[in-house]
Write a protein that binds this ligand. Sequence first.
Ligand code: 5GP
Length: 227
Amino acid sequence: METIKQRKRGSLIIISGTTCAGKGTVINKLIERNKNLQLSISYTSRPKREGEIEGKDYYFVTQDEFEKKIKQDDFLEYAKVHYGAYYGTPKKEIENLLAAGKDVILEIDVQGAQQVKDLFPETILIFILAPSMEIVKERIKARGTENSEQIIKRFEKAYREINEINKYNYVVVNDILENAVQKVESILISEKCRVDRIEEIAVENQEEIIHEFLMDKNFDNSTKTII
Ligand code: 5GP
């Protein structure tokens, strides 16, 4: 008989981070290496970027379609994140994955993280930070997908979000990718050992175990002590 029975339901993990902190890369590595981890695919009303794949990066919908889904209560959380576009986490898919014992990662912003934490206080919240804003600047320049107005908006949001880091349980600086991935893995391993994940403690009858022990023929009698 196993001494403890742990919750079978998967863990809900939020990973947020400032723009260009490399959280996407960290998450891809985590998923590659941990078969029980699953990334939730969000819905968004923002236009698809070159190279993005429907159903892999996002489910791309129009603003009207997104608002219809809000009315249908299809989202666990949603927020207007960049340039007035909606981003939202589908509710049913997450519920099914957690019930099947999968650990689910939501890569969402601070507003969404707050909504999910209010609904499920046991959510694990991790914030990924770039080593410096100077590095963020270089990475945005290298990506070259945004105009200067969009870059300024992203920077403003990054500075706002850094001030909300205290809403999170953990912060990981992504200086060296492998180290950052290992840190997140360690957080997830520790979280699995939390006492509040125990559903039941079941130990065999104490007297029975002692009796069996004393009666064991292979046991050297001379060392038996009377309790
Ligand atoms: P992107 O660069 O893809 O336009 O925007 C990414 C930003 O949107 C990131 O800050 C990411 O965390 C956030 N985001 C992506 N999906 C969701 C979602 O479903 N809900 C919320 N609240 N934020 C999201």
